[in-house]
Design a protein around this ligand. Structure first.
Ligand code: ZN
Ligand code: FE
Length: 257
């Protein structure tokens, strides 16, 4: 399974999964149809599935148009999103599995950004490849999604599930927010050498117009403050040793950063 990153709207990413053997493709969170159709055209391949993480328009905006081009494709989303994802046919919950080519994704229920958000995790199948995590707007490179429909407690629970995955997991998040996220991270975790190194690397990458997605989960665990509510330096910066309180404060500070 190959993953292709497509840019959409102002700062969204759409991910196209391609299986060269069966010459089929699936797409994660098609914000719009055109970039997907162009990529499918170049590959000369057929779209068989849409995997949606949540109902926001910058994630499902291309569903209808893609369905018109590929009437047989299957639209997946979370069960709690029933009625909110255009064309949804499969209603997934925690622990469900979905297949694409030779890979099987595990579904995680990760409410917080929205009350229905899910993530798709494809474990690695050999020593040479990586796990692939499609986490929508739950976990970002260096940050996390805003809490539109959920509480800090829910989000800590959701991010804990993702934090438990192996370090060697590529994090395919849906927006290019990394530089701004790391600027915030430095403001609350200034003595973290891994974070400083990462910030310098990302700053250079962005200066050259390079994407910073995917990132690696191992690096997120070391540098993303929204996965580090139990880190002593961050706890003392925030002035609490309660995980939910630390997370909630961080999220509130980021909202106005
Ligand atoms: Zn969203
Ligand atoms: Fe989004």
């Amino acid at each position: 399974m190959q993953v292709k990153r497509l840019s959409a709207l102002s700062d969204n990413y759409i991910f196209l999964l391609h299986d060269p053997e069966s010459n089929t493709a699936a797409v994660v969170d098609p914000a719009e149809a055109q970039p997907v159709l162009r990529c499918l055209d170049t590959l000369g391949t057929e779209l068989i599935a849409i995997f949606n993480t949540h109902h926001h328009n910058d994630h499902v905006g291309g569903n209808r148009e893609l369905m018109q081009h590929f009437p047989n494709l299957c639209v997946y989303g979370g069960v709690e999103d029933r009625g909110r994802i255009p064309g949804q046919q499969v209603f997934l919950q925690e622990g469900d599995r979905v297949e694409f080519s030779d890979r099987v994704a595990e579904v995680y229920f990760v409410p917080g950004h929205t009350r229905a958000h899910i993530a798709y995790y494809f474990p690695s199948i050999s020593l040479e490849d990586t796990g692939e995590l499609f986490c929508g707007d739950t976990l970002f490179a260096g940050g996390c999604g805003r809490l539109f429909e959920g509480t800090p407690a829910q989000m800590v629970d959701s991010l804990s599930k993702l934090r438990n995955l192996p370090d060697n997991t590529r994090v395919w998040c849906a927006h290019e927010y990394t530089l701004k996220n790391l600027q915030f991270a430095l403001s609350v975790d200034s003595q973290n050498p891994d974070l400083q190194t990462r910030y310098d690397r990302v700053k250079n990458a962005r200066r050259q117009g390079e994407a910073t997605v995917p990132s690696l989960l191992g690096i997120e665990k070391l540098t993303n403050p929204f996965l580090r509510w139990d880190d002593e330096a961050i706890r003392s910066e925030i002035g609490s040793s309660d995980s939910v309180r630390v997370f909630g404060r961080l999220r509130g500070m980021k909202d106005v950063f």
